[in-house]
Design a protein around this ligand. Structure first.
Ligand SMILES: [Zn+2]
Length: 360
């Protein structure tokens, strides 16, 4: 466990329960009984509230209501304020979907090493590609996952045909599943103009699960299809949030580095990180793009990952919009990690260019 006290563990269990409930699909049509793990969490929260002389939520729908109308600072929990933002919500108010923060808390509650956990499937693909000497196909597949959070069935077949993924084809097929009915509005599915991901209706507007797309509070719809198009989505929100989404940042940032004269390999089939960079001095550096709502939880996840390795050689590069929006982001992340190797995109670029300057 990476959580530190009973109150944090209760919050972790609640976040996990809300994610599990979301995965059940349409809660309006869901029938009792709730899954045993959800019921156990209800019991645990109820007991906790009674000990604190607080009134517990009366039912699972009541718990869900807490998720979207009670900021963390108002829960009957004693939480470190530098880790859990007091205005943070576990569910989005209008769409009802778990927030990015909720997924981060749930992930940390469920595993001791979040980055290891979320990368299992892509690591398995990389190992298979390595074994069959198919590094380019692995890279192509990672590009497909970063570029296409949602695909129509025809689009999926085109990708399969043109990308010629070969031995990785089963993996590609496994990532994409039919999109759920919750995304359908008047018989149509809408994608986000920003990230291409699936949009949920949110009152009169739209909600994108990627916070990057709503940085000014507004999400713009992009492509849309009617249900006959058999729309497919990368089925696992955790994968979309922690792997495919940062993959888009890795693509963009890697291209920018390459344009500035640095040699960049995207998604090396063996070895860590999203980017393997060779500096003009001939030094190889590995970079992993990360995009978390909570810099403190990110720092904890990095600490867990670093603890599993003997060499502290990974450069953790935070997606630009996060560090642009919060000047304290890097400082907080570093405080909670056991490494100083956490950079903004600009900071990592400067590091490479300073080395190049020293070498010249
Ligand atoms: Zn988006």
């Amino acid at each position: 466990m990476t959580t530190e006290n009973e109150d944090e563990q209760v919050l972790g269990a609640v976040s996990t329960a809300l994610v599990a409930l979301d995965e059940l699909g349409d809660l309006a049509t869901f029938r009792m009984p709730y899954p045993p793990a959800v019921q156990r969490t209800m019991d645990r929260l109820t007991l906790h509230c009674l000990r604190r002389d607080a009134r517990p939520p009366s039912s699972v729908p009541g718990l869900i209501r807490w998720g979207y109308d009670r900021p963390l600072g108002l829960w009957p929990l004693v939480l470190p304020p530098d880790v859990y933002p007091e205005h943070g919500l576990l569910l989005d108010e209008l769409s009802g979907a778990p927030t990015a923060l909720c997924h981060e808390i749930a992930l940390q509650a469920e595993t001791a090493n979040p980055f290891l956990e979320v990368s299992r499937q892509v690591k398995a693909m990389a190992a298979l590609a390595d074994e069959h000497d198919r590094a380019p196909e692995y890279r192509t597949l990672r590009e497909v996952l970063a570029d296409h959070l949602v695909l129509t069935n025809d689009g999926f077949n085109d990708v399969r045909f043109f990308a010629s993924i070969r031995v990785l084809d089963d993996h590609l097929t496994a990532w994409y599943v039919p999109i759920g009915p919750g995304y359908e509005v008047d018989g149509e599915i809408h994608a986000c103009a920003g990230c291409g991901g699936p949009l949920l209706p949110a009152g009169e507007d739209w909600w994108c699960e990627r916070e990057e797309c709503a940085i000014d509070g507004i999400v713009t719809p992009g492509a849309r299809w009617d249900r006959d198009a058999q729309v497919l989505v990368q089925g696992d929100r955790r994968h979309r949030q922690f792997v495919a989404g940062p993959g888009r940042a890795a693509q963009r940032f890697g291209a920018e580095l390459a344009a500035s004269g640095v040699e960049v390999e995207h998604w090396p089939v063996s070895g860590p990180g999203d980017l393997r960079v060779t500096t003009p001095a001939g030094r190889i550096r590995s970079a992993q793009l990360v995009d978390w709502h909570s810099p403190a939880l990110l720092g904890r996840a990095i600490a867990a990952s670093v603890a599993g390795h003997s060499a502290d050689s990974m450069h953790w590069v935070v997606a630009r919009y996060r560090t642009d929006a919060d000047p304290a982001y890097l400082r907080i992340a570093r405080e909670h990690a056991t490494t100083a190797m956490i950079f903004s995109e600009a900071g990592f670029t400067d590091l490479l260019h300073d080395e190049a300057g020293a070498h010249a």
